[in-house]
Design a protein around this ligand. Sequence first.
Ligand SMILES: [Cu+2]
Length: 469
Amino acid sequence: MSNARRHFLARAGLIGAAAASAAVGRGALAALPEPASQQGAATAPPLRPSTGRPYDPVVTLNGWSAPWRMNGGVKEFHLVAEPVEREIAPGMVARLWGYNGQSPGPTIEVVEGDKVRIFVTNRLPEHTTVHWHGQRLPNGMDGVGGLTQPQIPPGKTYVYEFTARRPGTFMYHPHADEMVQMAMGMMGLWITHPKGGNPDIARVDRDFCFLINAYDIEPGSYVPRVNTMTEFNLWTWNSRAFPGIDTLNVQRGDRVRIRIGNLTMTNHPIHLHGHEFEVTGTDGGAVPRAARWPEVTTDVGVGQMRQIEFIADEEGDWALHCHKSHHVMNAMGHEVPTMIGVDHRGLVEKIQKLVPDYMVMGERGMADMAEMEMPLPENTLPMMAGRGPFGALEMGGMFSVLKVRRDQKPGDYSDPGWYRHPEGTVAREWTGEPAPAPRAPAQSGSSTDGRKVEMQVRKPQGHGSHEGH
Ligand SMILES: [Cu+2]
């Protein structure tokens, strides 16, 4: 080895040693940020920022927000696309694809003007990308596989970099083998908080968010069918179905914001009881104040986001749900004919001689099904479930409760239990004179001369889709 060469190596070694002692973190910052991971489906408390610009954090229903690290003024996040196990509700686990241990992935929270770098590692068996829905960004950061970037192969990590230019409610999801990857649960929320005051963005006391998603998981199985177009059987918020969706617990008088994004194949009219709200923003940004109007239901179309706001000034347990009645149920056989008004007595006894377990459902409506303890295949949720202070709720799917309490402390998101109604404020049984008996019923299964007539009530053939109901 020449002297010059030896001299060069010595100098390089010295420089290296000086740099290492000056900033131990520099080497680490050149490496990938340690990806955070979440195992359970509990609602994490708001992640208060300890570095970067200040903001009021959101609460992701049955989810969490991703931690970041500051690297030379850039906020760095690390998403890992991977197979995950998600509890849809107690009693049922789904094998999905998601990010960082769960589906949906963690909510990413940044502030308007932040420079952001997101590392995306692909641990799926096939390629993927991430599209940052609603963002202003350089075209090559838009995440459309094949169009704006090569696909991210399994095992590789890609880097996305852009400035969060516009405050608002956004989401992220793959733009690669989309039908499969979204049917498998790959999605997450992105919130860009305003920098300083914004005339169209109010400060709120509670800021909740969730994504609407849907799965088709055959009773007794774990993996969604990925080719399903419309006939999903699990209607979920953040990959949770009632009674697995946490309640939204607030203090009376709070200004409450709820941000909702829809990544299913159909629209969802989201309905809140007891209050009127305004749509204050979409994924296109804040709605100017003069353009807002009051609503109690807002339709969230496919690929849309809505942020609603209201003052929670009525105490109680207020239902918050999708208004499509088939979306507040869990997996069920839609081939069940409508049986209301059909008299099965006699027939059942005959069948039971052949099939001892035979049971008829739906003769008096389907409410019985919420009370009945029917044997279910393993890993299957009952069609209607959940108990309230007055009995079975007969709900499933996209249903939760806004709990407004006088004494729910600021920052306390814990469940206060069921509402205690003030005396005399609950619907009650009439105990006076009974209602008159129905008049000779031409419409209810008897002919006018009192003879029994046969009634056939069936849903139209070919029903099976949730669309159009
Ligand atoms: Cu719905």
